[in-house]
Design a protein around this ligand. Sequence first.
Ligand code: SAM
Length: 194
Amino acid sequence: MEIDKFIKKSNDMFFPYIEKYIRNKSVLDVGCGSGLSALFLFKQVPCKIALTDIEDLRDKRVRNLPFKLASKNKLSYENDSFDVLIIQMILHHLKIDPVTFLKEAYRVTKEYIILIEEVLTEGIDVKEAMRIDKEVNKKLHPGLSSPVQRFFSEEEVKQFIKKAGLQIKKEDIVLVKGYLSFKVFILTKRAQGN
Ligand SMILES: C[S@@+](CC[C@H](N)C(=O)[O-])C[C@H]1O[C@@H](n2cnc3c(N)ncnc32)[C@H](O)[C@@H]1O
């Protein structure tokens, strides 16, 4: 299936950077969309996974995984509910302040937040990037009511992280030719060594 292939390819890009942080952990995928990315991750590495989003766009294959609806400012979980939160390709879809969103993630994670985000790089045609993102989302998450709002630079994302009180433990960049680059941040609540 074309969609599965696309998601698996995207997961493969990030997997080496995130695998050790999710192995045998409880993981909440925030803004899960179809939930297929989480499903394929869960098949690759042992972890206990749950899903949340502001709308229910779940594929039928993930309906047996725990899921709770969120409101745009608030996750439906107690403090420190999960070892790890994954926030993948969400910031540029937010209709709220990214700092408010990240503070809420801070509240719910015990240990790590894995933040994967498309960031602006020099010389990128932003209009074209938005067009591509819309096309891709139409296929991956049909019915999505929060289309891309705006893309951020790496520096802007780092400012959001800092203002939310989070620390960057590790960061990696996956460069994509002629398109936005993908940034993978491993965030913690307190400063730690690598
Ligand atoms: C491009 S999709 C990404 C889906 C999935 N993370 C992935 O990478 O395949 C963006 C998702 O963010 C969700 N979203 C937007 N605002 C949100 C918010 N304030 N809290 C949680 N999820 C949100 C949307 O409903 C949508 O499912």
